[in-house]
Design a protein around this ligand. Structure first.
Ligand SMILES: Cc1ncc(COP(=O)(O)O)c(C=O)c1O
Length: 403
């Protein structure tokens, strides 16, 4: 049985071309780029080429890119580094309740150290209110941090407008673009973002490498001390192979960008409409227009998402019942709670996220097995067998596949 992987928002397989590009940096090209001899010089150029490739994908200048070890590290540096650098001006941060823990937990840490944070709520589509954002800005606000796209639902935030609001109020603006990179157009010449976080393993590079865009003139204090690598903003011997891979992955993500995005949309829509046609009482979580091309988060009423996930796993199909960071814990998704998803449905949501390696045939295989699994699980569902009247369940009205 061929395995099918629909969990690309958790991580992606390393693309063959990427693997080929970085392997020599574990073998013959093993030098430390900070060394002055031949072994160091041989790899220095590769890092600068990778910096250019990353910059090109977001239309930035190479000197505005520093390499990190992960998206989480980039988020920590952007939030805490901004707050430290700007502490004379204020101690207030504005973010949203649906950020990744790499931002949310960093904001909580900042609060524990005396900072003040406004967490903007979202509506039922996972969207913030720009008027509310602007109202939240005070004389003490030093940073606005809003993700480009949500990892669980795929909802895309109006980053251009938020960046313009931040610019108008002279507040630094950070966006976590880990899930948006390679899937939405990002242009740092047009969009006045100050800090933008990227992660390699979401776009076909290996785990353990990321990048941070820092617009020239942005205030930022380093949080990893030691050597003078990366403009003294991030000490540590370069992960040369990872950085080369990140550069290559960015180059590939930029190639045939629109065809790639179109293909991802096709996969998502095939699954969405296939499910709507065949399965009743399913809702879509997320924004219907402003959303990532590759992400589909669905609530299957009356069944446990984990049960569904395990049944799919028996068919070799991988999906996710939450973000990779909350799976394994009993906690409900903070994103779905913030969107006021009905409590009956919180346990029954699954995320399918597609990648470049996926095919329409794979989606069709999922559609062949999914309706029968859902039917079987519903037959066993205590909610249905104990005679709950469907009309008493408030969420049924908003079910897309209820016919
Ligand atoms: C939106 C978002 N931000 C940050 C991260 C963290 O990235 P990394 O795994 O590289 O630390 C993730 C990973 O799931 C993510 O989805």
């Amino acid at each position: 049985m061929d395995k099918i992987y629909f969990d690309n928002n958790a991580t992606t397989p390393v693309a063959a071309e990427v693997l080929e590009s970085f392997l020599p940096y574990y073998q013959t090209l093993f030098g430390n780029p900070s060394s002055l001899h031949w072994a160091g010089s041989a790899v220095k150029g590769a890092i600068e080429e990778a910096r250019q490739q990353v910059a090109q994908l977001i239309n930035a200048h190479p000197e505005e890119i520093i390499f990190t070890a992960s998206g989480s590290e980039g988020d920590n540096l952007a939030v805490l580094g901004s707050c430290d650098a700007l502490r004379q001006q204020g101690n207030h941060v504005i973010t949203t309740v649906v950020e990744h823990p790499a931002v949310l937990d960093t904001c909580r840490y900042f609060e524990e150290r005396g900072g003040s944070v406004t967490y903007l709520p979202v509506d039922s589509h996972g969207m913030i209110d720009l008027h509310q954002l602007e109202q939240a800005i005070t004389a003490k606000t030093v940073l606005i941090s809003v993700m480009w796209a949500n990892n669980e639902t795929g909802t895309i935030f109006p980053i251009q407008q938020i960046a313009e609001i931040a610019q108008r109020h002279k507040v630094q603006f950070h966006t976590d673009a880990v899930q948006a990179l390679g899937k939405v157009e990002i242009d740092m010449q047009k969009c006045p973002v100050d800090l933008l976080v990227m992660s390699g393993h979401k776009i076909g590079a290996p785990k353990g490498v990321g990048a941070l865009f820092i617009r020239c003139g942005t205030s930022l204090t380093s949080h990893i001390h030691g050597g003078h690598q990366e403009q003294s903003l991030r000490a540590g011997t370069h992960n040369v192979a990872g950085i080369v891979a990140m550069g290559k992955a960015c180059q590939l993500a930029g190639q045939d960008f629109f065809q790639r995005v179109e293909k991802l949309k096709q996969l998502r829509d095939r699954l969405q409409y296939g499910i709507m046609d065949q399965i009743e009482d399913v809702i879509i979580n997320g924004h219907m227009e402003s959303r990532l091309p590759n992400t589909l988060n669905l609530g299957f009423s009356f069944i446990e998402g984990e049960g569904l996930l395990l049944h799919l796993d028996m068919y070799g199909i991988a999906a996710s019942s939450g973000s990779a960071c909350t799976s394994g814990s009993d906690a409900h998704s903070h994103v779905l709670i913030a969107m006021s998803v009905d409590k009956w449905l919180l346990n029954s949501c699954l995320r399918f996220s597609f990648g470049d390696q996926n095919t329409l045939e794979e989606v069709d295989r999922l559609l062949e097995v999914l309706p029968a699994i859902v039917l079987k699980l519903r037959e066993m569902s205590p909610m249905l067998t104990s005679g709950v009247d469907l009309d008493d369940c408030p969420y049924v009205e908003c079910c897309i596949g209820h016919h």
